[in-house]
Design a protein around this ligand. Sequence first.
Ligand SMILES: [Fe+2]
Length: 298
Amino acid sequence: MSTYVKNTSNASLTVRPLGAALGAEVLGIDMRRKLDQETMRLLNDIWMEHLVLVFPNQHITDLEHVEFTRNFGEPEIFHQDIIRSKSVREIFRVSNVDENNVLMPLSHPTARQVSLAQFWHTDSSYRAIPCTGSLLHGIEVSRTGGETQFTNMYAVYEALPERLKLEVAGRRALHDFEFLQKQNSLRPLTDEERAAMPPVWQPLVRIHPGSGRKSLYISPIYNEEIEGMPSDAGRRLIAELTEFSGQPQFVYSHRWETDDVVLWDNRCTMHQVTKFDADERRVMHRTTIVGDAAVVAA
Ligand SMILES: [Fe+2]
């Protein structure tokens, strides 16, 4: 697909598709300005078509980032007091630099938890109503790796071999925030954190409320088991689905430039970050859009 231009009364948006699977760059948006409804509708259509949108050269503050997020819905507030920004609560700090501007070694609990984004997942899938999307702002970007890879879970579902389609049909997976902690020997959750985020069952095949299309819905770092299967078999199935989902024909890998903002749809994509040098600073700020409805099973 080649570059195209879409106009509204107040804006002209240039859309440049980035990969065969998903992703497009969008020029013509300044996130410091309020969007009118017509432009917002158009932007939403472009998002639904490409699933991942890259907005280059967005010189925004955290507050402007949060304000722009409100165009899509309420910004989520992370339930743990690590990772969440102390100054702007809606900001989730995907960073190996602490708020005193000090590089954290990989052994630091916060850096370790952030580093688990190096495995495929969708954001906040452990919530009873998971988020719709995320907006990530590249503040200090990596040059030794640190690309964000996205995979198109519509295309993954459609391409699943019949055997796997039958295995996932009508089944649910458990999404448990605590599974991430247990698997990786992170600090145990406090009673309060555990009570805030009890495990939830979600369908393995979901229908997107906007497009009506089916996608595979897994979030492997949180998926402890699959309903009706022995634990081992469930884990094996998750591993097989994860490997299938990460094949290059489904993936767009984003190499960050400073002040890129990337918007993605967590209802039909997964993502992971590629490895980068632990001595290199990587500071990314994320907002997350609160979900507006329970996941609909296919
Ligand atoms: Fe993530």
